[in-house]
Design a protein around this ligand. Sequence first.
Ligand SMILES: [Zn+2]
Ligand SMILES: [Zn+2]
Ligand SMILES: [Zn+2]
Length: 578
Amino acid sequence: MRKLFTSFISVLMVFGLMTPVSADGGNTIVKNGNQITITISSAHPDVEFFLNDSGEDVIVRFATGEPNETVVDADDEVIFTTNGNIMDGDFSVNFNDNLRNLPEPVTLNITLNNFKILNNDAYYFSTWNHSKFNQINVNMTLIGENEISVGGTWQGRNALNVPAGSTYKIGGNGSIKLTGTYAIASGGTVYVTDEAKLAEGSSPISNVTLYNHSNNDSWGKKIELNSIAFVDANKELNVGDDYQSQINYEPSDIPDDEKTVTYASSNEEVATVDTNGLVSATKEGKTTITATSTIDPNIKATCEITVVNKVYSVSVTPSKITLPTVKEGYDPQDPEYITIKNTGNQTILLEDHGANPWLIITLDKNTLKPNEEAKVSIKLKDGLSAETRSTLKGFITYTSEDGNYRDHARFEVTYEVRHDMKYVEAKDATHLEDGNIAYWYCEYCDKYFKDGAGRNEFTLKDLIIPKLTEHTADGSGWHSDETSHWNTCECGEKINEAVHTYAWVTDKEATATETGLKHEECSICGHVKEAVEIPVLEDTEVQTPETSDTGIVGVYVSLLSASALLLFVLKRKYKKIG
Ligand SMILES: [Zn+2]
Ligand SMILES: [Zn+2]
Ligand SMILES: [Zn+2]
C-alpha cells in the first residue's frame, strides 16, 4: 500500500491485486522479436517503465531488481500474463517520472492475456494519469480469459479508467469479466470485437464507444433473437436464374453461431433453394421460400418468388465483315453494315458502342422490340497505321429494359491497312558511295522493312553497305591501249594495270594453195592486234590431209607418250608452225 501512495504522481498505470494465490518466483521478461512477454507468478513483482541513462530508450524491468530487463521499441507488443493464475500480493506497473519528457512519442501496445485481478476495494486497474505524459500512448488489448473484479474506488478514481486519447481493445477471441465498480472516463474508447465476449455476471459498461455493437445495454446480458426477414421479400426471376437470398437478423448483434436458418421451397418445380439460401429458378410459376431459425423454429421469414420466361436473344447478319483494304494515309471510307435483329420475346436496348481505337460504329436505333432490326454501320477510323491489328472481335451490348439482363451481339471485322511501300533494289557499295541491300520503305511511317508486307522492320543502319575503303573496279570492264590494260575505280583511279598477255588466234588456216590469217589477242582484256597473213603450206608439211589441233596432238601423244609438259611444248610448236 505504501508503495502505491509514494508513486502516486509518477504512476501512470497501476495493476492492483491483493488476493493471495500460490505462486513462487518465475517472474520473467522475455523479448522475442517485437513481442515482450512479462510473466508474473509471484508476490511483489512490481514492473516499471523508465528512460535509460542515454535518454533514448524506454526500458521495462521488475522494480524489485529481478534481472531480465529489456528495451521497449516503438513497435513492440508488451504482453502481461499470469498464465491464468491469480496474482499474489501487491503489484503495480509504474511509469517513471523521467518519461514525462520523452524526445519522441512512444506507443505502448499492452496486452493482458489470462490476466486475473480479484476483488479488493483498495486496488484498481487504471491508466488515469498517463495522459499527462503527452509523449506516451497506451493501446490495451485483452485476450484469453481475463478477470478484473474490483470492489470499489480508490482515491476517487474508478477501476477501469480509459483516458481521452487512449484505446483499450477487448479483443481477439478472449473474454473479460468486469465486475464491481468501474467506469470508462469520458473520451475514452473501448473497442470490443465481435469475437470477444463479456462473461456472464459482468456489469454493464456505460459511456463507452463499442465497436461492432449497436446497443451498449446489451452488454452484460444475453442477446436473444427476436425475428428474421429476407432482405427481398419478393423477387422475380427468369428461368435458369440463380439468386442468393439474404436474411436480416433482429437484433443484428446476436452471436454469429446463432445466425443460422434452414430453407424450404413450397414448389420445387418452379424453384429450388439450397442450404445456403441460393434459389435456382427452373420453370414459370410462383413459389414461397421459407427460412426457419435453427435456434427458435417459431421464428420464420418468407420470400415470394415469381419465375418468368423471358427470352433475350439477337441475330447478327452478317456476323463477319471485311472492310476494303487501304493504304496508310487513306481517304475516309464508306462504311460496311451489319444488322442486329431482336429474336427474343422482350424489348431490348442496344448500347451505343463506346470509344473504339480502330472502328467507328454507329447504330440507327437503340430500342428494339421483338423482331425489330437495327442497322449498324462500321468503318475504319481515319489515320490508322499498318501496324494496327487486322481482325477485331467486336460486340454491341444489349440489355433488358430494366437493365437486369445483359448480353452481347457479337461480330468480327477484318480489315487491312497496308504500308505505303516502295521497293528499293540492292546496290553494291563503291569507293565513292554506300551501297544497300534490297529493302522496302514506307514513306508514311518512315520505316524500313525486309518484306513488302512490313512484317520485319529493320534500321537504316542494318541495310546500308558502307562505301569501300579501297579502290574497286567500277564495272565498266577493261580499258586498254597498245601495250597494257587496266580497270577504273569510280574515283577515277587506274587499277589492275598490266601488259597484255597475247596469244595467237587463227582466223583462217593456210592451205597448199591459199594463205591463212591470224592475229594476237590479250587473254585478259581481249585486246586484238592487227591480223597477219599465214603463208601457203609447202609440200612436206602436207602429210595429213585433215588436220586439227587435237588430231595432230593426238598423234604425237600416242607416238611419244608425252608428259603434259611435253604436250604443251609440242602444241606451242605446232601453232607456231601453223
Ligand atoms: Zn507504313
Ligand atoms: Zn577509288
Ligand atoms: Zn590485255
